[in-house]
Design a protein around this ligand. Structure first.
Ligand SMILES: [Zn+2]
Length: 269
């Protein structure tokens, strides 16, 4: 059996991510002092600005799709957290989630992970707004205090959590989706499967990003969406713009047509 896999092209899905409600993407809880904030956000160590790690965004969309598809949560990744990964090549061959988002490296049947998600920084506009006008408690963030009552002792237990304020924009987020052919990969299927990623983003808008979602944090909205394509014979040229959309609904409506365009472009490459 041949082991040749060829990259046919890459789809670049770019968008701005608006925090509609406060956003809490957890940082390190190490070094919390008494009286300090016990739920801090993750920050870029060089700029001290909060950002959205690509792994957080990718992991959240994956987890939402797993639940949507009803996939078995069969792999433990730490305390009380399990994810789905296919354990046989037969299951993997038909599992869109594992093909797109990847399986652990030790699985010998895996084809290349289709999706790469880059870290997302705040836009220059949001940085300027928070630096100039923001009445923030900490640089770029607000501190929200919640009081929970101990059910046994009735003692009040105030907790402080740090959030990026509502209205902050991160972007552009860049999701890179690769299309392969050969050795278990079928480029036509990869183009079809791109729809799974878009579905995952719809689920994300309906759900939340980061922590404390059940208490109102983390509602996000996608805007200024661009879909670009670079086919294998255009490596030295900028990716070609296929479509621009103000909102995710518009991308969803245009998706069949976009997939058709992608198939045409790849067929010529
Ligand atoms: Zn799977």
């Amino acid at each position: 059996m041949s082991k040749q896999i060829q990259l046919r092209g890459r789809i670049f899905l770019e968008f701005n991510l608006h925090a509609v409600s406060g956003l809490h993407i957890g940082g390190s809880e190490v070094g919390v002092e008494i009286g300090g904030v016990d739920k801090t956000v993750i920050r870029d160590p060089l700029t001290n600005r909060p950002y959205i790690p690509g792994s957080s965004l990718k992991g959240k969309v994956r987890s939402l799709l797993e639940k949507y598809e009803g996939l078995p949560q069969n792999q433990s990744i730490g305390q009380k957290v399990s994810i789905h990964t296919c354990d046989t090549s037969e299951k993997y061959a038909t599992c869109d989630v594992c093909q797109v988002f990847g399986v652990p490296g030790e699985r010998d049947f895996g084809t290349p992970t289709r999706l790469v998600v880059r870290d997302v920084q705040m836009t220059a506009e949001s940085i300027a707004r928070l630096e100039e006008n923001g009445r923030t408690d900490l640089p770029y963030t607000e501190v929200k205090t919640e009081v929970s009552i101990d059910r046994v002792t009735s003692a009040a237990n105030p907790r402080q959590m740090e959030r990026v304020p509502a209205g902050t924009v991160f972007g552009p987020a860049e999701l890179v989706y690769s299309i392969y052919e050969g050795d278990g990969c079928d480029s036509q299927r990869d183009v079809e499967r791109f729809a799974r990623l878009v579905e995952g983003l719809v689920l994300l808008e309906d759900d939340y990003l980061g922590g404390l979602g059940s208490r109102g944090s983390g509602k996000v909205r996608l805007a200024q969406i661009q879909v670009k394509l670079r086919s294998r014979n255009e490596l030295l040229q900028p990716a070609q713009l296929l479509g621009q959309f103000d909102a995710l609904e518009q991308l969803v409506a245009a998706l069949p047509q976009l997939q058709e365009q992608i198939r045409d472009q790849l067929a010529q490459a």
